[in-house]
Ligand binder design. Sequence first.
Ligand code: FAD
Ligand code: NAI
Length: 466
Amino acid sequence: MADYDYDVLVIGAGPGGYVAAIRAAQLGLKTACAEGRETLGGTCLNVGCIPSKALLHASEYFEAAKEGGAMAKMGIKVTPELDLPTMQGQRIDAVKGLTGGIEFLFKKNKVDWLKGYAQFKDAHSVEVAGRTVTAKNIVIATGSSVTPLPGVEIDNAGGVVVDSTGALELASVPKKMVVIGGGVIGLELGSVWRRLGAEVTVVEFLDQLLPGMDGDVRKEAAKIFKKQGMALKLGTKVTGVTVEGQGAKVTVEPAKGGDAEVIEADVVLVSIGRRPNTEGLGLASIGLELNARGQIETDHDFATKVDGVWAIGDVIPGPMLAHKAEDEGIAVAENIAGLTGIVNHDVIPGVVYTQPEFAGVGLTEEAAKERGAIKVGKFPMLANSRAKTNHEPDGFVKVIADAETDRVLGVWCIASVAGTMIAQAAQAMEFGATSEDIAYTCHAHPTHSEAIKEAAMAVTGKPIHI
Ligand code: FAD
Ligand code: NAI
C-alpha cells in the first residue's frame, strides 16, 4: 500500500471541515486540514452565523430599549444611545474567541493546520502553499460564497453595494438600505440595521419571503416584517444598480413586467443566495464533475465518484446550514474510519434568527399534502401563557402528521425562541414520534415549548387553551 503523509486531509475548516478533521483525529486517524483563511471556522464563524448573531442579539437589546419598546412595556424607561464601534467590537471579539477556540481544538486533537488554499494534483495529493501533501482520504469541505447578481458589482470596502460580509461591517447606520433578496440573510441583516435606525426596503423576486419554508409561515413572515416597519417589494426584480457618490440608485420592476421604479439607498445588500466553492480546486485533474447546480454529488456515505475523495457541507446538495455541515463532518470521518456515519437529511431544522424567530423541520404542509393525506394542528403563541406574559404575541406552532399513522412529518414555529423550540420537534421526528407522543409528553410550565404540545393536541382537535 502506498505511503501517505496523512490518513485524512480535509480541505476547508468551516463547520463541516473542522468537525470532520477533529472527529477523524479522535478516531485515531492521522489528520490535516488545509484552510486558506487567516482564521479557522469557515464562513460560519468568521462572516456568517456567529457575527450575524452577535449583531442580531445586540440590536434586539437596542430595539427593546427604544421608546415604546419591550422594556418600556415592562416598566423600564431608558433612552438608548447607540455606540456602534462598541457593538461592532463585541462582534469582532465573539469571532476572535470562537475561531481561536477551533485552533485550540486542532492542537488538542493533533490536527495539523496546513495554511493555504489546496489544489488537487491527483486523487491522493494536493498542493498547499507550494508544498505537495498526500493522504489516503481527502474530504472536500470548501463551502460556499455569495451568488453575484449579474451587472451588480459588490464592493464591501466601498460600503455602498455590499454582500453579507460587508453588511456585517458597516461603520455607520445607513439612512436607507435596500436589500435584494428576501431570504434568510436579507431578513436577518435587514432586521439588524432596521433596529438600529435604517429605513429598510426588501426587494424579493418571488411572491413571498423565505422560500423553502411552510406557506403559512411565509405569509405570516410578510405580515410581521411589515408590522416591524420593513418595506417589502414582493414579486419584484432588480434590473440595475448604479452607484452615485455615497449612495446608489436601485431600479426595480414587477417580476411579471410593468413600470420600473427607482429606489435610492445609502447601502444595497445583495443576498440572493450562495453557490458552492469549487473553482481553483483542480477537480478536473481527478475527473470529478459537478452537477447542474455546480455542486459535488456524493452517495449517502459522502463518498464521491472518485475513490478516496469525499465531500460534505455547502459544496454538496442540501440546505446550506452549519449544523448540516457539522453532522456530515462527523459522519464522513466515521465512514472513513470504517464505522457507519449517517445523517438523516429528512430531519434538518432551519431557523431564521429574527425576532420573532422562524423555525421548521421536516415537510412543509404543501409538500406533505403532495405525499398523501395529512392532519394539521395549529396553536397561536398568543394563547401560550409564557409568550403572552413576555409581551411576545406574534407567531404560532404548526404540527403536520400523517393522517393514517399519525407520524409527525413536519413542525413549524414562529416564536421568540422558535430556534430553541424546534430542537424537541427534530428529536421527536428522529425517533419516529406521532403527534400523540408529543401531546402526551409532559412539558414544563410556563414555557413557549408548551405551544408545541398544544399544536400536537390540536392535530386531533383537542388543545386546552384555545
Ligand atoms: P464554509 O463554512 O464555507 O467553510 C469552507 C472553508 O473552506 C472556508 O473557510 C474557505 O476559506 C475554505 N476553503 C475554500 N476553498 C479552499 C481551498 N481550496 N483550500 C483550503 N481552504 C479552502 N448557517 C446556520 O446553520 N445558522 C446560521 O445562523 C447561519 N448564519 C449565516 C449567516 C451568514 C451571513 C452566512 C453567509 C451564512 C450563514 N449560515 C448559517 C450558513 C453557514 O455559514 C454555512 O452553511 C456553513 O458555514 C457551511 O459550512 P462548510 O464547512 O460547508 O463551509
Ligand atoms: P436565500 O436562498 O435564503 O434567499 C435568497 C432570496 O433571494 C430568495 O428569496 C430568492 O427568491 C431571492 N432572489 C434571488 N434572485 C433575486 C433577484 N434577482 N432579485 C430579487 N430577489 C432574488 O439566500 P441568502 O439569504 O443569500 O442566504 C444564503 C444561504 O445562507 C441560505 O440559503 C442559508 O442556507 C444560509 N444562511 C442561513 C442562515 C440561518 O440558518 N439562520 C442565516 C443566513 C444564511
